[in-house]
Design a binder for this molecule. Sequence first.
Ligand code: PEP
Ligand code: MN
Length: 337
Amino acid sequence: MIIVVKNTSDEGQVANLIDWVKDLGLDVHLSRGEHSTVIGLIGDTSKVDIDLISSLDVVEKVQRVGEPFKNANRKFHPEDTVIDVGGAKIGGDYFTVIAGPCSVESEKQIIEVANAVKASGATLLRGGAFKPRTSPYAFQGLRDEGIKYLLKAKEETGLPIVTELMSAFHIDLFKDVDVIQIGARNMQNFELLKEVGKTGKPVLLKRGLANTLQELLMSAEYIMSEGDSEVILCERGIRTFEPMTRNTLDLSAVPVLKGVTHLPIVIDPSHATGISKLVEPMSLASVGAGADGLMIEVHNDPMHALCDGAQSLNPEQFDLVMKKVKTMLPIVGKSII
Ligand code: PEP
Ligand code: MN
C-alpha cells in the first residue's frame, strides 16, 4: 500500500503520519520527490483501514498494491486447489456437476431426481432444505426433514450432498452434510461465515446479488481464516438493469477469479438466468470460460415445483445438457470424476 502525501503538508505532519503507521505494526519506505512525498507501507496491510487513511488531512490518496486476501490468494498458493468430496473432485483438471431441485419436496422426489442426475453424470446432489425466499409466505423448505431426505438420497445413490445453511443456529443439523452452501443473501453474513469456517467442511460460497469479486474473495477469506481451506466459489449472476433475465451472468468472473485465486469456481446458470431454456447455452459457455463446474437445478416435474420451476430442467433436458458438456470438456482439458 502506498500513501501519497499532500504537497501542502509540512515535515511534522509527515512525521506524525509515519509514527501512526508504525504504531499499526508496519514499516515504511519514505520517498520524497520534487512535487510529492510517497510513503510505502511494508508488512501485512490486510488489517489497514484504507478509508480511514484516505480521510486524513495530510493524505492526497492511498492505493493498495497488494490484495487484502491472503489464504485465497494465488500468489501464496500457485497450484489450483482440488477439493475431494466423497470421491467427487472439484478444481484443477476436474469438472464437477452439482444437480438437483431448488428445494427438497419429499423423500420420493429427491430420490427420484438423485437417481436421474446421477445416471446423467452429476457428481453431487443439491437440494434446499432451508430456503431463503423473498416472501415470508412462500414455501420455506422442509428444514430438518429436508436434510433427512437428502441423506436418504445419498444413501440410495452414493452422491454427496450440498445444501444451504442460513443460520448458525441450525449448524448441528448439518453434521452429515458434505458441502455447506452459503447463499447469495448470506455472502456477507460474516458471523455465519466464521461459524462454517470452524466446521472444516467444504463450503460452496455463492456471490452476493450485488457484490464485487473482491468482496466474494474477502468472504472466502473469512471462512479460510478459521482454518477451513475448502471453499468453492460460485458465480450465480448479479443484479443489473437488465430485466429479461433473472440476473446477469458474469462469466468473466471465471478467468478473473482464476487469475487471483487458487479456489475452484463453479457457475450456477439456473439462478443466473432464471429461465430453463438459457441453462444449456450458459452451461456450455461456462465450460468454455474455464469454470470448474456447474450447479444446475433439476426437478422431476418443473411445472409443479414449489420453488424456481421456471429455471429448472427436467431430467431429460439435464441429460442433454450433460451430453453436450461432456463433448466440450476435452477441449478445455477437464474431466468429470
Ligand atoms: C439456491 O441455490 O438455492 C439459491 C437460493 O441460490 P442463491 O443464493 O444464489 O439465490
Ligand atoms: Mn432455486
